[in-house]
Ligand binder design. Sequence first.
Ligand SMILES: [Zn+2]
Length: 341
Amino acid sequence: MTKTFSPPTIDTAARAALTRRPRRLRRTEGIRALVRETVVRAEDLIYPLFVVPNERPRVEIKSMPGVYQNRVREAVDEARRAFDAGVRAVLLFGLPDYKDGIGSASWDPTGPVQSAIEAIKRVLPDMTVMAAVCHCEYTDHGHCGVIVDHNGVKDVDNDQTLPLLAKQAVSFAAAGADFVAPSDMMDGRVAAIRRALDGRDMPEVGIMAYSAKFASGFYGPFREAAESAPQFGDRRSYQMDPANIREAIREMELDVDEGADMIMVKPALSYLDVIRAARERFELPVAAYNVSGEYSMVKAAAERGWIDGPRVMGEILTSIKRAGADLIITYHAVEFAEKML
Ligand SMILES: [Zn+2]
């Protein structure tokens, strides 16, 4: 039952004294749009795509509604859909035909990523094509590099992994990638890849470094998508401790010194302070990866009707940009861009 009430009397003296009224700038949508400080553009977004060999079926990833494992032709269709919506960059991940201890399928010139790079560039020459460089999708043990046994303790060997990363990066660049994006967190990988690209006469190919990549629980759904879950142990001996921001800055500094063209913070949402620190500290473009778990949480809650999915998506992407990211890698890219058309 609602009760009727008479409006409270206005204190006229207090009203005369209230001269600063921020609500004036929020009164209409027109005014709000005029004073909006942060706007996410379709061009700020990078759309990740998972590419599988052509013999496999196209499969939707259960934990990531709307995200698929694509064959090459479907990756091209997805890229075209993104381009038509105004998205100007894709980031490719590959699932190979076979896996082994060193991820040798990753530098097969006919591999899914190499084929997708060529096909997308052929159909959409103005699309910026980036390829993620890492071994976890290509190794039978699911780790990001070569495994060695130190007195019974297995770990990824840094220096043995570097030449393999360089080989993979060169292979993607030779297929036509505009950027390679090392995500392994080995020390010295940016310098190793830069040297290898320059040595093969590909100085124009850029490096977007996953500089501050944290060992995060938010990667869960990605491992289903990329079939890259480690078969033993975890990635804490190479990915960063979520507690450390000074170490993140040091990692970014090293990548800048080694020749990275863009630096990245991953994940984004729980690391907005790291994105802000990156923005304040470095002049290079800063990318942030709005990762699979961040995407899946929005989708799952929206499916249950607990949140307004598109609204939360917009709020999340805006917060990442407001924190200082120039570029946002996000599975929401096409949905967000299409909504703005
Ligand atoms: Zn990896």
